[in-house]
Write a protein that binds this ligand. Structure first.
Ligand SMILES: Nc1ncnc2c1ncn2[C@@H]1O[C@H](COP(=O)(O)OP(=O)(O)OP(=O)(O)O)[C@@H](O)[C@H]1O
Ligand SMILES: [Mg+2]
Length: 269
């Protein structure tokens, strides 16, 4: 019997892509993309609409074939060892993939069964707890807020402990509170040793979460580094004496406060 890909010891970076190219007819979307993501780190791929972020994620998760270049995920080649790559990853797409009719708990149990885990109920209970969904666990997903759905979606992608997870715009369309909840969930993942590649259009998201940030523009990675390295690309800040104004997000969070379930959860902590 072969050893599952997820438990095989693989050295080197969790994700390594070199010279990825992809065109749709005349449209050259990727023109030589290089990406390297260290194990257990959070890597943010930034870019405007249509920059090619989802295309990169689809290539790395074996859903799409690149025209040129190579990529390895968890040490496996995305074309020659696609099955091993698929066993090593989970992908949370741009739109939540949860079943509305089922409860949160039932969604989790279903996926745990599909992955042949020995105690699906315990796996579901643990993930509900980790993602602050225990109270809502037995309600139909149709009654969940966008943030709760997103958290459930991410929880589902963790079943079976894949070493690498791809999150394509995990917080698009969420309000600031729900976004912060998703951020906390992603941080917890990385603390547990999971490698996370996420795409985002929110600069603040990358700033808050990512160990490394890459900007995809006109088919290439034009900048790649830590936040500190990226900031050094700009001229040193000019010192001015101004009152620090709160950001709109600070104001929103202060006036909205935490209500309902969020308040209960906060109280429990
Ligand atoms: N199957 C396809 N056929 C033709 N063109 C495509 C196809 N998939 C993507 N494209 C084009 O490739 C470009 C990159 O798309 P992609 O979805 O990777 O961008 P993105 O960075 O994820 O954008 P967004 O921020 O809007 O999600 C876009 O111009 C898109 O229209
Ligand atoms: Mg996209």
């Amino acid at each position: 019997m072969s050893i599952p890909a997820t438990t095989r010891q693989i050295s080197g970076p969790a994700i390594l892509a070199r010279g990825l190219e992809k065109s749709y007819k005349q449209l050259r979307v990727l023109r030589g993309v290089d990406i390297e993501v260290a194990r257990g780190s959070i890597f943010a791929l930034l870019g405007s609409n249509g920059a090619g972020k989802t295309t990169v994620v689809r290539i790395l998760s074996t859903l799409l074939k690149a025209d040129a270049g190579t990529a390895r995920v968890n040490g496996f080649d995305v074309t020659a060892q696609a099955a091993d790559v698929r066993e090593s990853i989970s992908l949370t797409g741009q739109f939540a993939a949860v079943d509305e009719i089922l409860t949160g708990r039932e969604n989790l149990v279903l996926v745990a069964r599909l992955r042949h885990l020995s105690d699906p109920a315990a796996v579901a209970a643990d993930l509900l707890e980790r993602f602050s969904l225990t109270e809502a666990g037995d309600r139909r997903v149709a009654t969940y807020s966008g943030g709760m759905r997103r958290r459930l979606d991410i929880a589902m992608s963790l079943i079976g402990d894949p070493p690498v997870i791809f999150l394509d715009e995990p917080t698009t369309g969420l309000d600031p509170e729900a976004r912060i909840e998703v951020w906390r969930a992603v941080e917890e993942l990385a603390r547990g040793g999971t490698t996370v590649l996420l795409t985002t259009q929110y600069l603040e998201e990358a700033e808050q979460l990512a160990d490394r940030i890459a900007i995809l523009h006109e088919g290439r990675i034009i900048v790649d580094g830590t936040l500190a390295e990226l900031k050094q690309l700009l001229p040193a800040a000019e010192v001015r004496y101004v009152e620090k104004q709160p950001s709109l997000e600070d104001v929103f969070l202060a006036v909205v406060g935490r209500t309902g379930e969020d308040a209960q959860r906060q109280g429990r902590r």
